[in-house]
Design a protein. Sequence first.
Length: 263
Amino acid sequence: MSASTVDLELPVIANETEGFDRIEDRSGEGQATPVICYRDPADVRTIRQQSRLIILSLAIVAVAVVGIVYKTIQKPDRIVVDMSSGRTVMINDRELGATEAVKLEKDKLQLADMDYVVKAFVEYLYRVDQRSRSKDIEAALRLMVPGQAKKFAQYLTEQKILQTQREQQWDATWKVEYLEHAPGKPLTVKVYGTQEIDMVVKNESKHATKHVLLTVELLPDAPENGTFRLDRNLRSGFRINSIDYKELSSSEAETPVVAQTHG
């Protein structure tokens, strides 16, 4: 005898036995007719196994994601090797000792950094090669503090310095004779140098020699990402704040033209 599905109202589980569930009809009409629903034990075991595998897979994925994120933000290993001796000086932050050629210490700005950037700056200004003149002037302006760079660019334009050099076809070399720091003013550097100039004035080739004294004032550059050593300051940590020019002496002579005669 079977029960009609329409006649069943809110079936209630009476008990569970291994392999099937027994559901009784409590509709109250007539004799209670049991409805037996069978469930395969193998199906239950399969569902449980799949659930465990899904949980295990999620755990593995979570561990993998954490590992990827950690490796992404982890700093790369830093290994310093003295190539002259082949000895390792440092691995990450663990120092292994200095060698005859290499010694590691905390980075700090030094007088040598000032000297380096000042020499590069005056080289850009006083060594004249028309093929790279515009790039040299741009490099010199990048080394200056932004406000001072703007003023210096206006000065070059108003005095027509670059225009004159271009029209006279300047070709100049520059040599630093000596460099020193002002007493009590470590950020002020005095540079004495010689500029040798070949030029054309009124269709005549001339050679001029200028002896120049420069006073250059420096400022530490603003740090970015925890370091002062940036491309804009040639990794020196300093920028040019001002420059004072004084010409000590100069001489000018016409370039002799050597005439050749044929016998």
